[in-house]
Design a protein around this ligand. Structure first.
Ligand SMILES: *[C@@H]1O[C@H](CO)[C@@H](O)[C@H](O)[C@H]1NC(C)=O
Ligand SMILES: *[C@@H]1O[C@H](CO)[C@@H](O)[C@H](O)[C@H]1NC(C)=O
Length: 230
């Protein structure tokens, strides 16, 4: 009975995630027809905007810097960074990650895991997300990564279960991580059956381990795989 309820709730939450993602995509793809003149905001007239972003000129670097400073000072942020740092340090002590690993984080959110890798001393880290958060995260579609094959030693997704097309998402991870490299993915906490299903998505990697862990304040299961590409 409880299993059924849980399965039902899962279905609903997947449904909501899908709706939310599609809505977000629509918002991103839809450009407004008019906007307020940034140099004369009190004017009642709207005019057709010139380029792709309404207030592009208005967004000066200092405000971004201030915003980041505020965000990075919150306890939620530092807890999230610390939780990822613990995981990465464990990988490091198991020789699955080093300071020299070319690393990337997909579905990086605002860049908590990117910051954790940088703080640890990993020199080359790239973060991507559908919406960019400079300077830590650039904008890219996780289903079609703008990277060549085999360019990374370590690929991490803190939110594999947010992928619209998990198969495609995983194949992009495997494509960009080289042989001997490591893929680490995290999903909402789940049991061994779900872990099996996720591992099956990886056609060119070998399962290493799965662990339950609290990441960024959420109960998650993280799965480590080694890329083999046989
Ligand atoms: C990685 O880099 C950090 C910061 O530069 C350094 O403190 C740490 O010792 C390095 N780790 C290894 C294993 O070399
Ligand atoms: C993680 O927790 C779930 C229960 O939520 C349990 O079924 C599963 O066995 C745990 N996985 C690991 C690897 O400990």
């Amino acid at each position: 009975m409880e299993k059924h309820v849980q399965a039902f709730l899962h279905k609903i939450s997947y449904c909501f995630i899908t709706i939310a993602t599609i809505t977000l995509l629509l918002i991103i793809l839809q450009t407004p027809e008019t906007c307020v003149d940034p140099y004369n905001p009190h004017t009642k007239f709207h005019h057709r905007f010139p380029k792709s972003t309404c207030d592009y000129k208005h967004r000066v670097y200092t405000s971004l810097e201030k915003r980041n400073k505020r965000l990075w000072a919150t306890s939620a942020w530092s807890h999230a960074v610390q939780s990822y740092l613990n995981v990465f340090q464990e990988l490091q002590s198991n020789n699955l990650l080093s300071n020299l690993s070319h690393s990337f984080v997909v579905s990086a959110g605002a860049g908590q895991a990117v910051m954790a890798l940088k703080n640890m001393g990993v020199t080359e880290v790239i973060g991507v997300e559908i919406i960019d958060s400079p300077p830590l995260v650039s904008r890219a579609d996780p289903h079609s990564l703008p990277f060549f094959d085999d360019v990374f030693d370590f690929g991490f997704s803190p939110f594999l279960d947010r992928a619209l097309f998990p198969g495609r998402y995983v194949s992009e991870l495997e494509r960009t991580v080289n042989v001997g490299g490591v893929c680490l993915v995290a999903v909402e906490e789940c049991g061994p059956q779900e872990v099996d299903e996720i591992v099956k998505l990886f056609k060119k990697s070998q399962y290493v381990e799965a662990k339950n862990e609290t990441l960024a304040g959420e109960k998650m299961t993280r799965i480590t795989l080694k890329v083999i590409k046989r």
